[in-house]
Design a binder for this molecule. Structure first.
Ligand code: SF4
Length: 300
């Protein structure tokens, strides 16, 4: 690391947001809380293809996800197919409420390479404590169907990653979850720490097992981020996030697009990637990260 905001070329990974809409109401998510201060809507194919055409041959990995539930965009799988046809590895994240027979067939046809399924409980009561409005049976049936059909068709993709956000309410279910995931033959189980907006005064969402927590107590009921905030961030040199309406933001922690580096309706991605706002942001991060609000509650 040169400790200077110098860079070349284009990002090698991108996250693009299919939609800000969501069918659930998770408490630490602006889609769930309907609390965005930026415009909300659906990514249009024209904009998507325009971005892909700029990065094909360079981009190695595309995560079609930021906020919202991707399967609510009616053109979502067509977009996956477009990126796949350009040789880009495609991944997405879902709450798995839309994995019926028809969708499963269409997923296979789209060429999607990785599907991350969020499931944070193995009983309805625990699951819906965080995934408010969610139906666990639907999630589990969808996953079972997808894995069974993939096996029947002799397909390797999409890889299925089961993602479990560990909280104070579900940590006791981890052993049972591991057994369930093994029986189902998911390709990977990820136990993830949960980001909490107002962690300073503690929260029921912080697990007792601090191995699964981003935060540690400092006494008097106060908490702090576990990691030391170093003035560096590999993401700034590797990837960017595009919102549904074409704003480029530095990373997925900028959920409300407070740090817009440029808009794709006005500029090319390469122009934005090398623009003055982006260079200034990187420079600020390298000199004093604590001055950037999103970087103060970040584990990278
Ligand atoms: S919040 Fe800041 S430190 Fe964290 S990934 Fe984003 S830019 Fe990097």
């Amino acid at each position: 690391m040169l400790q200077k905001p110098i860079l070349w070329g284009l990002p090698t990974t991108l996250s693009i947001e299919p939609t800000t809409s969501c069918n659930l109401r998770c408490p630490e998510c602006p889609s769930g809380l309907r609390s965005f201060s930026r415009p909300t809507g659906m990514l249009q194919e024209k904009l998507f293809e325009q971005v892909i055409d700029q990065v094909k041959g360079h981009l190695s990995w595309l995560h079609l996800y930021f906020q919202g539930e991707p399967f609510l965009n009616p053109r979502f799988l067509e977009m996956v197919h477009y990126a796949d046809s350009k040789g880009i590895f495609t991944s997405t994240s879902t709450n798995a409420h839309y994995l019926g027979e028809k969708q499963v067939k269409e997923i296979f046809k789209s060429g999607l390479k990785q599907l991350i399924v969020s499931m944070d409980g193995i009983t309805q009561e625990v699951y819906e404590a965080y995934r408010i409005g969610g139906n666990l049976e639907k999630v589990q049936q969808g996953l079972q169907l997808l894995i069974a059909e993939r096996k029947k068709a002799g397909l390797q993709f999409p890889r299925i990653v089961l993602q479990f956000l560990v909280t104070g309410q579900n940590e006791h279910q981890i052993p049972a979850l591991k057994t369930w995931a093994k029986e189902l033959e998911v390709d990977e189980l990820q136990l993830k720490t949960t980001q909490i907006y107002d962690f300073e005064n503690g929260s029921d969402l912080i697990p007792k097992d601090l191995g699964y927590s981003r935060y540690v107590p400092v006494g008097n009921g106060k908490w702090k981020l576990k990691n030391r905030l170093e003035n560096k961030c590999w993401r700034m040199w590797e990837g960017a996030v595009v919102t549904w309406d074409g704003r480029v933001v530095p990373c997925c922690f900028d959920k409300d697009a407070k740090h817009v580096m440029g808009e794709l309706k006005n500029e090319s991605l390469s122009g934005i990637w090398n623009s003055l706002p982006y260079l200034t942001f990187r420079k600020q991060l390298l000199s004093d990260r604590t001055q950037i609000e999103i970087c103060r509650n970040c584990t990278e």
